[in-house]
Ligand binder design. Structure first.
Ligand code: NDP
Length: 388
């Protein structure tokens, strides 16, 4: 039986690589649903190539154009809008929902998919950052597996196979350090959008690439790891490993450390999440130790890259802190990409927003949605002040 996949965010970096994996494993997987925000050109082509039963464009003003383009394919239903996107995941034909949308927008569809009992292959880390307690509680109640797609979390997940949870002492997330690892703090004031988008090891979507440059991506991953693996913040550490060959490590109570390694290629963690608990044969490039004479490690510089420290603080504070941080970060990154604010203003805007949104100790879904909205407003106002 082929596994039927709903791929949310199929036109993005993870979405396209997922389709590449599916095309190579046609006898194992089938695409049921494809979704995008606005990129109807690519969505149309993907629909023609993969013949899903439904395609959804989140921006509903593009519905008629998409419908026209797929008019020769009556078996493909065309839908539009965020509500359709959030509802489609409940469809009985779907086995697994791969969440490759970017940002807070991934929260509602992920919650719906969990409520409908679907297995989740989670790339959209912001979902767990925003509402990790809610998501993990619901997943436990519904006995739903959340399988990580993020390479670091996939590495940890792979290291944990066959191990007892009680024997885990800590996990160590590796970080490439991003394009500005060697820059001085003073130099970070003047770095450009294009320099920030030039990641040394990974080709990814714009938002996560900027998050990697600020180390916010590692901060988001620390929080994601807390919820995925049910850990305390002091059990999650970060080490900079510029070659991105070791994808992360687990240290056990007997002092043993397990690492998962390989070339930086997201297709492997995507495939592992889709095929788990099996491993499938691939033609991906094999790692050759003789070509890598040294793998190096260093401590992250949290004075230079404040965002990682902010994420740890939000994790310690709990409540709606990480939700507020995430919203402010999304707004700040968007404005940095529009070249309205400087690189060092990103953490400044996040800290300002955290100070101005009321703390909620035990938020429900409504509180998260409200905190997200308020944080976005405050972050946007701060940016207007900075631009004056
Ligand atoms: P991209 O920006 O490349 O793609 C995002 C996808 O989501 C696109 O299909 C986009 O559609 C769609 N989308 C964007 N905004 C919305 C919205 N408001 N509503 C509905 N759909 C939307 O992102 P990535 O693929 O890089 O990242 C996706 C997620 O995976 C992120 O959470 C990221 O942190 C995580 N991740 C990514 C990795 C990577 O290597 N890229 C690695 C690990 C995790 P459209 O094309 O039409 O804009």
């Amino acid at each position: 039986m082929k596994k039927k996949i709903a791929l949310l965010g199929s036109t993005g970096s993870i979405g396209r690589q997922t389709l590449d994996v599916v095309a190579q494993q046609k006898e194992k997987f089938e695409i049921s649903v494809l979704t995008a925000n606005q990129n109807i050109d690519l969505l149309t082509q993907q629909a023609i190539d993969f013949q899903p039963s439904t395609v959804i464009i989140a921006d509903d003003s593009l519905y008629s154009r998409l419908k026209n383009r797929l008019s020769n394919f009556p078996n493909i239903k065309v839908r539009a809008g965020l509500k359709s996107l959030a509802d489609i995941v409940k469809s009985p034909e779907i086995d697994i929902v791969l969440t490759a949308m970017v940002g807070f927008a991934g929260l509602k569809p992920t919650l719906n998919a969990i409520e409908a009992g679907k297995t989740i292959a989670l790339a959209n880390k912001e979902t767990l950052v925003v509402a990790g307690d809610l998501i993990s509680k619901k997943a436990k109640e519904r006995n739903v597996a959340i399988l990580p797609v993020d390479s670091e979390h996939s590495a940890i997940f792979q290291c944990l196979v066959g191990e007892e949870k009680s024997s885990v002492e800590k996990i160590i997330l590796t970080a490439s350090g991003g394009p500005f690892r060697k820059k001085l703090f003073e130099e970070l004031k003047f770095v450009t959008k294009n320099e920030a988008l030039n990641h040394p090891n990974w080709a990814m979507g714009n938002k996560i690439t900027i998050d990697s440059a600020t180390l916010m991506n590692k901060g988001l991953e620390v929080i994601e790891a807390k919820w995925l693996f049910d850990l305390q913040f002091h059990q999650i550490s970060v080490v900079v490993h510029p070659q991105s060959i070791i994808h992360s490590l687990v240290q056990f109570c007997d002092s043993s450390i397990k690492a998962q390694m390989g070339f930086p290629d997201m297709r492997l963690p995507i495939l592992y999440a889709l095929s788990f608990p099996k491993r499938l044969k691939t033609n991906f490039l094999r790692f050759d130790f003789s070509n890598f004479s040294s793998l190096t490690f260093e401590k992250p510089d949290t004075k230079k890259f404040r965002c990682l420290e902010i994420a740890y603080e939000c994790l310690k504070n709990g409540g709606n802190s990480a939700c507020v941080m995430n919203a402010a970060n999304e707004i700040a990154v968007q404005n940095f990409l529009q070249e309205k604010i400087s690189f060092l203003e990103i953490p400044e805007i996040i800290e300002h927003t955290l100070l101005h949104v009321s703390f909620v100790q035990h938020p429900d879904l409504f509180d998260y949605q409200e905190s997200d909205q308020i944080a976005r407003q405050i972050a946007s106002e701060r940016i207007k002040q900075l631009l004056r």
